[in-house]
Design a protein around this ligand. Structure first.
Ligand code: ATP
Length: 229
């Protein structure tokens, strides 16, 4: 059984429908890349999984629990760790406080996060607002890890970062995949980097799942049709 399974999920912002039938699975230890052009519903799908935007139709099952039947705070406790678009750390708290505030029992503690991102340890007494964009992104990933999730969701984790910093983040993501055996759901624009980490790809178009498969079958004309590059 998959760790996460979405089946024909629909979701609305008020009266406006954003998801028209999203279906995907993420298995234990698997990395799924969610792709699609701007506005196709990637972030909304993530909001539905994390219960920020409750879905209306279809089913979302995580670790055997039907999330539609659980209150949102219970869903978070099941072990879904989110690195949201735009990072969203607490700007006035220090690095250390940001990490500690997220902590739940498990192997990912401050020492483990410091091994992954030594720079965060060096800056532990700095306010999050004073960090560089790349460091804030590391902190956002560190916070998600401190919740000791079973599924890590990364929404545009490298957006707006300098190429060298992007590389650092990708190295960390690849390490998480290979060393920790996390299940990962990742949204990003870099197909090249995604190919290096994702086991499978799932494409959204206009709020609907239109293609799923392995990276090597995501070839030129599919890329052109669905991603428009
Ligand atoms: P991007 O790559 O630009 O982040 P995306 O694939 O993540 O795009 P979503 O942000 O999920 O796309 O948007 C899906 C649809 O829902 C779009 O039509 C968008 O305009 C709409 N939408 C997104 N957020 C809201 C909101 N808060 N209120 C109303 N409509 C929204």
């Amino acid at each position: 059984m998959a760790l996460l399974e979405l089946e024909a999920v629909t979701a609305f912002y008020g009266a406006s429908q954003a998801l028209f039938g999203v279906g995907l699975t993420v298995g234990e230890g698997e990395c799924l890349a969610l792709l699609g052009r701007n506005g196709m519903g990637k972030t909304t799908t993530i909001r539905a999984i994390t219960r920020m935007l409750p879905h209306r139709g279809g089913r979302i099952v995580f670790d055997g629990h039907d999330l539609g039947r659980l209150p949102s705070h219970r869903a978070a406790q099941l072990g879904i760790g989110l690195v949201p678009e735009g990072r969203r750390c607490f700007p006035n708290l220090t690095v250390e406080e940001n990490l500690t505030a997220a902590a739940r029992p498990g192997p990912w503690d401050r020492a483990a996060v410091a091994r992954l991102f030594p720079r965060l340890e060096e800056r532990r007494r700095q306010r999050a607002a004073s960090l560089s964009g790349g460091e804030q992104q590391m902190l956002a990933i560190g916070r998600a890890l401190m919740t000791n999730p079973r599924l890590l969701i990364l929404d545009e984790a490298t957006e707006g970062l300098a190429p060298v910093v992007r590389q650092e983040i990708w190295v960390a993501i690849r390490k998480l995949k290979s060393d920790s055996g996390f299940a990962i759901l990742v949204v990003d624009k870099s197909l090249k980097e995604l190919r290096a980490v994702a086991d499978r790809f799932s494409v959204l178009e206009k709020g609907e799942s239109v293609w799923t498969g392995a990276g090597d079958s995501l070839t030129g004309d599919l890329v052109e049709r669905y991603l428009g590059v």
